[in-house]
Write a protein that binds this ligand. Structure first.
Ligand code: GLY
Length: 372
């Protein structure tokens, strides 16, 4: 099945909307909307790559330098974080693959390449060899989180760019830990894992942004879907593909009737339960990536599901012609358990939504790939 005509129409609607959003928010660090208007973060925030990623996709489509110039300005502003060392955590893939990575991929910019080299070295330096995991944050020495599966493309990039397998070795060791401990036997996903940082012994799962340690946070599930799909792209290993399909099937089976996820798959779900359009959009991109590696009949099934998810986001959760709302999507949930950003626009929901539409338009130059 080809969804190209629909995707092209939707992309034109997105690009129209971005004309006004880009004018309104410029070279800033948007995160979540309040009453439809973006609020902003400091230069160290983990979501800061998504707006430049959106702008570079707009540039891919239009060749309008206005979008590229704003994205470059944001990339420059993030240098103070990259050079600070102490403000960095594991989220360097989110931050630099979609900013410097996109700029290097599109323009071969040498400064962007250096930023990627610094970021990938920092990320590799967070590896705990005893526990075989990449440490998540500064305040906890023994924790890894499923979100990091989406930061590993930085390490695949470094291995390819430098022809140096060390970076991919580290990513692979971390992935083995993901497959062993993050993905549960029923193919739901733990958000946070705790290890003894000294001995490396696995201790237990910790509740994070899901409802409980044993719940099924939908965005964490989507990080696993897309993260494993990108890992399979690099390593082409059967075990990754099997777990990727299992987690994808878990995600699909738990979607609401309108093909959009609730914020956690293990809370009571009724008409008041918040959705998470960011998880839905990210998982759709993962399903489209997965479909690249399967025989036609199976690939068509995952592609169709991704299309239905993106179509529902467009028909039921988008603001494309609503000038009072700056984000592309509404209905995203940042951190329900902390009572933060519930049922709002989130910049990463917008990024993955646009990437999903871009994939359906036939774009093969996906920034997570790092290379054309
Ligand atoms: N911790 C990143 C997220 O909210 O998914």
């Amino acid at each position: 099945m080809c969804y190209k005509n629909w995707a092209n129409d939707t992309m034109n609607r997105i690009l129209n909307k971005l004309e006004s959003t880009a004018l309104q928010i410029g070279a800033s660090f948007p995160h979540a909307t309040k009453d439809g208007i973006y609020t902003f973060e400091g230069s160290q925030f983990w979501t800061n790559g998504f707006w430049p990623g959106i702008l570079w996709m707009a540039y891919q489509n239009t060749k309008d330098e206005k979008f590229a110039n704003i994205a470059k300005e944001i990339e420059n502003k993030m240098d103070e974080v990259l050079d600070s060392f102490e403000l960095l955590d594991h989220d360097m893939g989110f931050m630099w693959m979609l900013s410097a990575g996109a700029n290097y991929m599109i323009n071969g910019n040498k400064e962007s390449r250096l930023r990627l080299l610094k970021a990938s070295s920092h990320l590799a330096g967070r590896f705990n060899p005893k526990g075989q995991f990449i440490r998540a944050w500064e305040w906890e020495k023994g924790q890894m989180i499923i979100d990091c599966a989406m930061n590993l493309p930085l390490l695949y990039w470094a291995t390819d760019e430098l022809d140096d397998p060390r970076f991919a070795h580290i990513a692979h060791s971390h992935l083995e830990t993901v497959l062993k401990y993050s993905i549960r036997p029923d193919s739901s996903v733990n958000h946070i894992l705790e290890f003894d940082p000294q001995s490396g012994e696995f201790l237990h799962a910790v509740a994070g942004q899901g409802a409980a340690a044993d719940s099924a946070w939908s965005r964490g599930t989507s990080w696993a879907v897309y993260g494993l799909a990108l890992a399979y792209r690099h390593f082409k290993e059967e075990e990754i593909l099997i777990k990727l399909k299992n987690v994808s099937n878990f995600f699909i089976a738990n979607l609401a009737e309108d093909n959009v996820a609730h914020w956690d798959f293990r809370v009571e779900r009724n008409s008041n339960t918040p959705r998470d359009t960011s998880a839905t959009a990210c998982a759709a991109c993962g399903l489209l990536e997965l479909s690249e590696y399967l025989p036609k009949a199976e690939a068509d099934m995952y592609r169709k599901k991704a299309y239905l998810m993106l179509k529902s986001l467009t028909d039921n959760y988008s603001n494309l012609e609503n000038n009072n709302m700056q984000s592309l999507l509404n209905g995203a949930t940042g951190a329900y358990t902390y009572n933060e950003n519930i049922n709002v626009g989130l910049i990463y929901a917008d990024y993955f939504y646009m990437e999903g539409i871009s994939r359906l338009c036939g774009n093969k130059d996906i920034f997570w790939y790092g290379h054309i």
